[in-house]
Every structure is written in structure tokens, then in C-alpha cells.
Design a protein around this ligand. Structure first.
Ligand SMILES: [Zn+2]
Ligand SMILES: [Zn+2]
Ligand SMILES: [Zn+2]
Length: 316
């Protein structure tokens, strides 16, 4: 993510800012990816701090429009969960626009989001995150930082974040769009295997026996070993992590290697991203924090990352 400039005083401001230290009100304009004075703002600005401008002739912004269902805000705690869940979603959508997805010139389908809470008026529920036919279900429980840490420990996943959940589920959605091309499907199967094998059966086996002992040689995460669809989602999400990491480093004027950071479609993305991951871990350790990038990438995984990187950059 880049840094932004206040349209009132030219100070540096950030993606989520609603206002600047100069007192000026800010709104994010996704089409231009810049901060503008807060005039035509999203109707969710007051309730959930959405700082995007509204779409022409609409009340909501491009991101909020994609949310079909949000948590029932009459239940205690749900408003804060919804607010944090939408914040992560806006970040991920802005990254994807940068790569060419869901822009005005993109005539393909958009995902529909159902942001569901475990807290409902009818009592506790367990919404399961997933993607089906263009609809993405996000359980907002982990938008609460304490719950997130608890579940990260429970699931024994070294990396688990709301941004990660969105990237994973959107990767499933993007597969649906990309797989309309026969050429993509053929190349996909060479890299990831046959995605038409029984999904439910594969997941059941995974939950019973876990990942194979040598999973790190072939997969970016344990879960990626469950089925080619999950391998794609985990790998593509990882490319989105690396892309954003490189993008933010470039904005911060950090330099890695000889070329700096190239955008997707270049193998540099992977090597620069990985170098940056190691640097980031080292910086975190100096602050007594856990590794921000707890991954080891094998040559096999690297090939899959490169394949995903090529296809995630969408030309207009
Ligand atoms: Zn300002
Ligand atoms: Zn909005
Ligand atoms: Zn998945």
C-alpha cells in the first residue's frame, strides 16, 4: 500500500485516515487511488468509519456495496467487529484494484460478501468462512484481536489474520473467473493437480490425517495440501501478501536487491518479497514480537507462486 497526501495541507496521510492533523476531512477515491476532500462520502462513514467516496449516484462506496449481509448491530459487540472486518476488506480490495481487478474497466463478476457474526439475537452461531459461486462468507469473530490470537493458537497456524482470510477466499473467487480460460485450466492442472477430484472427501481425509510429513517441499501451508483448490487459494493469497509487502516497502523507500521491487509478473516479486519477509522478521524480533512472515518457501512452492503471480496481474 502506498502513502497518501492530504488534499488540504499536503501532509502524509494513511489509507484508513478519516481526517488529517490539519483538521481537514479525508475520503479515499478508489478510481484514482488518492485522498480527496470528504464531500461525496460513503453512507457507512459515520457508523463503521468507512473513508471511501460513494459510487456515482449511490449511497455506498464500491467496497460497502459488495457487502450483501453484515452483522446485526443491535447485538452487543457486532458493530466493532463489522467495522474492523470492513477495514481489512477495503485494504484487500484496494490492492486488487491496483492489480487490475474490479476496476470500472473490468466487466467481469464481482464477489458478494456475507459478513456474519457468531453473536446473533437467536443465540450463538458458527458461520463457516468460504467461497461458493461468487459469494464469500467471512466470519467476523476474528476481527477481535484477542479472539484472533486464541484461534491462531487453537488452529496451530503461525499466520492467521483477517486480511489473510479475505485474500484466501477472494483467491477462490478469482479462480472461478480465471478458470473460464481453457489455457489457464491446463496450466493450472500441471502446477496444482486436478481440481475436479472430490473436494469433500479430500477435506475429510485432511482433517483426519493432517498434512503429509514432507508438506513444506510442495505446499506453502499445511492446509494447502488438502486439495488443489485450497492449494491455489493459499498460494494466490501468498502472492497477494508478497505483492502488498513489496508495494508497502517501495512506498517506504526500502530497497532490496539490485532492482528494488517489481510488480507482479516478474520473478523479482517472489525473491524481493522473500528477502523482505526475512528482514521483517528480524525487525520484529528486535521489538520482541513474533515473526511477521513465518514461512519457508521451497523451490516447488516458488514455481507455483510464480504461476499465480503471472495470473493475478490483470491487464486492462
Ligand atoms: Zn491535512
Ligand atoms: Zn463504504
Ligand atoms: Zn479455501
Amino acid at each position: 500500500m502506498k502513502f497518501f497526501t492530504c488534499p488540504h495541507c499536503a501532509a502524509q496521510v494513511f489509507f484508513d485516515n478519516l481526517d488529517c492533523t490539519c483538521g481537514g476531512q479525508l475520503a479515499y477515491q478508489p478510481a484514482k487511488s488518492e485522498m480527496v476532500p470528504a464531500e461525496a462520502t460513503c453512507a457507512n462513514r459515520k457508523s463503521i468509519d468507512c473513508n471511501w467516496v460513494c459510487e456515482a449516484g449511490q449511497e455506498l462506496c464500491q467496497s460497502c456495496t459488495m457487502t450483501k449481509t453484515h452483522p446485526d448491530t443491535s447485538v452487543d459487540g457486532n458493530l466493532a467487529l463489522w467495522r474492523r472486518a470492513e477495514k481489512a476488506k477495503r485494504w484487500v480490495l484496494a490492492n486488487l484494484r491496483h492489480l487490475g481487478w474490479f476496476r470500472e474497466t473490468d466487466t467481469g463478476a464481482r464477489p458478494v460478501f456475507e459478513l456474519l457474526s457468531e453473536k446473533t439475537l437467536q443465540g450463538p452461531e458458527q458461520p463457516v468462512m468460504g467461497h461458493a459461486d461468487g459469494t464469500i462468507v467471512i466470519n467476523v469473530a476474528e476481527a477481535d484481536p484477542a479472539t484472533l490470537v486464541e484461534r491462531r493458537e487453537q488452529m496451530r497456524e503461525p499466520y492467521r489474520t483477517m486480511i489473510g482470510h479475505y485474500r484466501h477466499e477472494i483467491a477462490h473467487f478469482l479462480f472461478m473467473r480465471l478458470s473460464k480460460s481453457e489455457k489457464f485450466l491446463q496450466d493450472f492442472r500441471t502446477n496444482f493437480g486436478d481440481e475436479t477430484t472430490d473436494y469433500a472427501a479430500a477435506l475429510q481425509v485432511y482433517y483426519e490425517t493432517g498434512a503429509p510429513a514432507d508438506w513444506q517441499e510442495h505446499f506453502v501451508s499445511e492446509y494447502a495440501s488438502a486439495h488443489p483448490h485450497e492449494d491455489w487459494a493459499e498460494t494466490a493469497a501468498h502472492v497477494l501478501h508478497l505483492n502488498d509487502l513489496c508495494d508497502s516497502a517501495r512506498a517506504s523507500r526500502l530497497v532490496v536487491g539490485e532492482t528494488g521491487f517489481e510488480m507482479l509478473s516478474q520473478d523479482n516479486l517472489i525473491s524481493d518479497g522473500l528477502t523482505l519477509g526475512i528482514a521483517l522478521n528480524h525487525l520484529n524480533r528486535s521489538m520482541g514480537l513474533e515473526d511477521a512472515y513465518p514461512f519457508v518457501i521451497s523451490p516447488n512452492v516458488r514455481e507455483k507462486l510464480t504461476f499465480a503471480a503471472v495470473h493475478l496481474k490483470r491487464g486492462d
